[in-house]
Every structure is written in C-alpha cells, then in structure tokens.
Design a protein around this ligand. Structure first.
Ligand SMILES: NC(=O)c1ccc[n+]([C@@H]2O[C@H](COP(=O)([O-])OP(=O)(O)OC[C@H]3O[C@@H](n4cnc5c(N)ncnc54)[C@H](O)[C@@H]3O)[C@@H](O)[C@H]2O)c1
Length: 383
C-alpha cells in the first residue's frame, strides 16, 4: 500500500439522525487505522436547517454547508455522495450525483418503491460509479460471523429464518413522529420500508432469495398530530426462499412493550443462530446438545481488529464506520461492494420484495417474486 492513502471528498445529504450517524462514522474513519484503505475529506454537509448544519460543522469538521442539494450533487469537487435524507429524496439526488460521476451510498430503503430503485440502479450502472445501499446490519461483526458460519456449513442446511423488528416509537398517538414517515408520498411505505427492509436484506444475505410472500398489515393509528397516516404501522409476513427454506418476519412501531427489539434467527439442520441488536457483540449458536453465546470481540472476528483488545466490544453506531470504510475501499479499488456490502442491485431487490409484501397484504393473496438478472456492479481493478 502507498504511504499516502487516497482521499475522497464527501458530500453528505441529511443532517439529522442518519446525517449524524454518517458524520460520526466519517469523522472516526480519519483516525481509526494506522494504514487506512482510503480517507474521507468531510467536504460539504447539506440539510434544511442552517443552525443544525453549523452545529454539525463544529462537531465533525465539515468544511462547507449547503441547503441546496442540487448544488451539492453538481459540485465538481465532490467525489462521493452519501445520501442520508428522507426516502423521497433518495432517487432524484442519487441519480443526479451518479450522472455527475460521483460514487453513491444511499440509506435504506433504497427508494420508495421498486420502480424508483430500478431507476437508481440503472443510472449508477450506466454511469459506471460505485454504488452501495446503506444496510448497516451487514456490518455488525456478529452478522458477518453468522454468514461465515453458514458458509462453512456449521448450521447445516438452512430451514427457517425468523425475524422481528418491534418499536414503540408510534405506540402512543400523542407522541410526535417525523411526519414524512407517515405518508406514502414521502416514505413509500411504513414499517415495511423503514424496518422490515433491514431484515429482508439480512434474510437475503444469510439465507438467499425470497421467492414468495404472504402478509398482513395494519395501521393502528390512522391519525397522528393532524397527519392522516396512509402507511402501515405493523406488518407480519411469511416467506418462502429459493431452495426451500421458509420464514416469518414481523415489524411494527406500535408496541409499547418493545422500545427497540430487533432479532433475527436462522435455523439449520445442525444448529441455530440468533442475533439481537441489543447485544451487538454477541451471536448465539445452539445445537441439540449445547447453547453457547459467542462473544464476537476477538481480533480474529470480522472488523474487531480495527478496535479494542479482546472483549471490549463495539456499539451500534460503529457499524456505520465499517460500512463507510467498505464503501471507501470499494471506491479506492481495494475490493468490491458485493457480496458483503449491499449494492443498489441488492437495494433494488429488497424494494421488489417490500412491494410484494405490501401487495400481498393489500390483496390477501400470495405474491411470487421473480428472481431475475439486473444490471450489475462496476468492475473494479482489485489487483
Ligand atoms: N440504517 C439505519 O439504521 C437507519 C436508521 C434510521 C433511518 N434510516 C434511513 O435514513 C434516512 C433518513 O432518516 P432520518 O431518521 O435521519 O430522518 P430525519 O427526518 O431525522 O432526517 C432527514 C434529513 O433530511 C434532510 N432533508 C429533507 N429534505 C431536504 C431537502 N429538501 N433538502 C435538504 N435536506 C433535506 C433534513 O434536513 C434532515 O437532515 C431514511 O431513508 C431512513 O429510512 C436508516
């Protein structure tokens, strides 16, 4: 590796929750390693609120701020575009950035629906830029270890996938919820794109392609602070995977007894795996004879060598540092986004499955999801 790592100028759209998660991760990447694969230059942060942008500049060292995303994606000095804005602002700015030759990482869900997601994939593939969908769960060491164990045959033939993503955020209709999350026009869907998408992506990453779904959806709180809610706030679905495995998935934001409960389980013919986001440093591995909790904090475990001595653990926000490091490395030509990062192709596939879940819930009929080929990831020289 050269003495000086390549440095890429980053433009970030979004300065609230995810804007903070990505800013903190980019800021940390500047000091994480002795020999980094590439470094981010925190060039411009864009949002709607000047005071908030100024605070983010002070906090993370963004050199410039803007309230105009068009100017951001057109700025020729910016090489990487990180899209952490609301779902309605995923497609247009990401497509514009790709057309300007910028490499793009965009928050999940990739878009409000599969049609928009496909347009994003087509634009990125046509522009030949590196593209990634920010499914950060793939970047927890325990999830990466789960994939490794599955690939090594530790749990045998996969039979079941089970997941639940339960939030209390909308349980009380008097508590405020960000308005954009409540309307199809601005969010695309409710908990399907917001929460279920994370687990759909993990199901694909760990088990394989869903080929059919059945679903039920509910809107328990149809009005919130004067906003007419036209998206679902709870969903339950069953899934059939290519290869025969079956699964159940549940997502809601109206369970007062579950503030944030995000668990996935994979059952094989030899053993079962379980991951709970409240215990990000652990992976449970159980057989008929023994149940063990793997403390995924050994430097030989994925990503752990970036951090602390054995057993010191990482936090939820650190998955974003792994994710953005992966993106920077792909842009620098050190590796490809796939298979461990989600590309726009993965984001697009996830959007197709989300649409199928919504269609199944609306129609009461099982939806088949064709597994087709689509435009791929940019070839990079990894020599
Ligand atoms: N990976 C995860 O774990 C995770 C968690 C939460 C949210 N998300 C995703 O991240 C995205 C953002 O979610 P959030 O919770 O940060 O939302 P948020 O409402 O907290 O923030 C949205 C941001 O978009 C900016 N924005 C909106 N319209 C704009 C405009 N016209 N011009 C400039 N800026 C504009 C706002 O200023 C704000 O900074 C969503 O797509 C969401 O699904 C991902």
């Amino acid at each position: 590796m050269s003495d000086r790592p390549p440095t890429f100028a980053v433009g970030l759209l979004g300065s609230s929750f995810m804007g903070r998660a990505h800013s903190r991760a980019l800021y940390m990447l500047r000091t994480l390693e002795d020999d980094p694969v590439a470094l981010p230059d925190l060039h411009t942060i864009c949002g709607r609120d000047q005071a908030r942008l100024q605070a983010m500049q002070r906090r993370y060292g963004w050199r410039h701020r803007s309230t105009d995303w068009h100017a951001l994606v057109e700025d020729p000095s910016i090489q990487l575009f990180v899209n952490a804005a609301t779902n309605a602002l995923h497609a247009e700015p990401s497509i514009a950035a790709a057309k300007q030759g910028k490499h793009v990482i965009c928050e999940k869900p990739l878009a409000r629906n599969a049609v928009e997601a496909q347009a994003m994939l087509d634009a990125a593939a046509q522009a030949g830029v590196v593209h990634m969908c920010a499914f950060n769960y793939r970047f927890f060491p325990a999830i990466r270890l789960a994939r490794q164990l599955i690939e090594e045959g530790e749990i045998g033939e996969i039979r079941h996938f089970r997941s639940r993503f339960l939030l209390a955020s909308a349980a009380d209709p008097h508590t405020p919820e960000t308005a954009w999350r409540l309307r199809e026009e601005t969010a695309g869907s409710g908990v399907v794109g917001d929460l279920l998408a994370h687990h759909i992506d993990l199901a694909r990453y760990l088990v394989g392609e869903p080929v059919a779904v059945d679903a039920y959806a509910r809107t328990w709180a149809p009005e919130r602070h004067g906003v007419q809610v036209d998206v679902e706030d709870a969903v339950v679905c069953t899934v059939e995977f290519q290869g025969g495995a079956i699964g159940t998935m549940e997502a809601t934001r109206v369970t007062p007894g579950h503030v944030l409960d995000s668990v996935i389980e994979v059952d094989g013919s030899l053993a079962s795996l379980s991951f709970d986001v409240q215990h990000v440093n652990e992976l449970k591995l159980s057989t008929a004879a023994k149940a063990s909790t793997i403390n995924v904090t050994d430097p030989r475990h994925p990503f752990v060598d970036l951090w602390w001595p054995r057993c010191h653990g990482i936090g939820w926000g650190d998955s974003f540092a792994h994710e953005l490091r992966h993106f920077l490395g792909a842009v620098a030509g050190r590796w490809r986004v796939a298979p461990h990062g989600a590309t726009f192709e993965d984001g697009c596939r996830c959007a197709q499955i989300c649409d199928a879940v919504l269609a199944a819930a609306a129609s009461g009929a099982r939806q088949r999801i064709p597994v087709g080929a689509s435009a791929g990831e940019r070839e990079v020289d990894v020599s």
